[in-house]
Write a protein that binds this ligand. Structure first.
Ligand SMILES: Cc1cc2nc3c(=O)[nH]c(=O)nc-3n(C[C@H](O)[C@H](O)[C@H](O)COP(=O)(O)OP(=O)(O)OC[C@H]3O[C@@H](n4cnc5c(N)ncnc54)[C@H](O)[C@@H]3O)c2cc1C
Length: 226
């Protein structure tokens, strides 16, 4: 899909002072930066590094296009290099932001005419949080695959009737089991765009299920985290 980048979306490099770290669960948190003049399209990601550290990692933008803050949702990966360092950031620490990058954005031509099914595993919910907050009135449904229902991060930010939590390890979700099991049982309208984000195993399995349901590759857009 070809995206016309508006001039103000051109790549830029910037330093930001951390405004706040919002802890959502023991291992997951939101890094909040002042937005300043940063422009992006909902669904895009940034590359983040910490001042004084040579490493960087990519993170989907969690906040909405017009929010006052630029936010990312991060899961601390056990044994990971970068995500534990992000967790230890304090207010006023300096990070470097590159971007925005990526074409994982809504198709403007289909935005008002189609249903949008957002399929996420874990922190793969981040770009959908941005899209739902940015486009009020969007016809969407979220299917979120997590291990425990408390990993349905900030679920009150969505229309609860449009959000299905598939929790594989506790009974507190809307569906007990993997999101791919739920997907097999679900029916979708013909005019549906699917957006898939998260780990590659989930994405490949979900794509096969959608193919079996008769949806062609054209109707599916993916963002692979790892
Ligand atoms: C386009 C893009 C957008 C991304 N957006 C996000 C985001 O919004 N939030 C986020 O938390 N991560 C996101 N990631 C993953 C992120 O870039 C890092 O890979 C992650 O934070 C781990 O970095 P690390 O240095 O701690 O781990 P490393 O030392 O680099 O170890 C990497 C290993 O950690 C595992 N891993 C990577 N990401 C995750 C994850 N989210 N959950 C569980 N295990 C993981 C994988 O097994 C991988 O092999 C994104 C990746 C891409 C490519």
């Amino acid at each position: 899909m070809q995206i016309d980048m508006k001039p103000e979306l051109q790549i830029d490099t910037n330093y930001y002072k951390v405004e706040n770290i919002r802890q959502l669960t023991e291992h997951t948190f939101v890094v909040s930066l002042p937005k300043s003049r940063f422009k992006f399209s909902a669904g895009q990601h940034i590359s983040l590094s910490i001042q004084g550290d040579y490493q960087s990692r990519e993170y989907s933008i969690y906040s909405a296009e017009e929010d006052d803050n630029l936010e990312v949702l991060v899961k601390e990966v056990d044994g990971g290099y970068f995500s534990p360092k992000l967790k230890n950031l304090k207010e006023g620490d300096v990070v470097e932001v590159h971007g925005p990058f990526g074409k994982f954005v809504l198709d403007e031509k289909k935005r008002d005419s189609h249903q949008h099914i957002f399929i996420a595993s874990g922190t793969g919910i981040a770009p959908f949080h941005s899209m739902v907050k940015t486009f009020e009135g969007l016809n969407y449904k979220v299917i979120h695959g997590v291990r425990y229902a408390n990993e349905a991060y900030e679920i009150d930010h969505y229309d609860r009737d449009r959000f299905t939590v598939c929790a594989s390890r506790d009974e507190k979700g809307d569906f007990k089991g993997r999101l791919t099991e739920y997907l097999k049982t679900a029916d979708f309208e013909k005019n549906t765009c699917f957006y898939l984000c998260g780990n590659s195993d989930m994405i490949f399995d979900a794509m096969e299920i959608l193919k079996d349901k008769g949806f062609d590759r054209e109707s599916v857009t993916v963002e692979v985290y790892f």
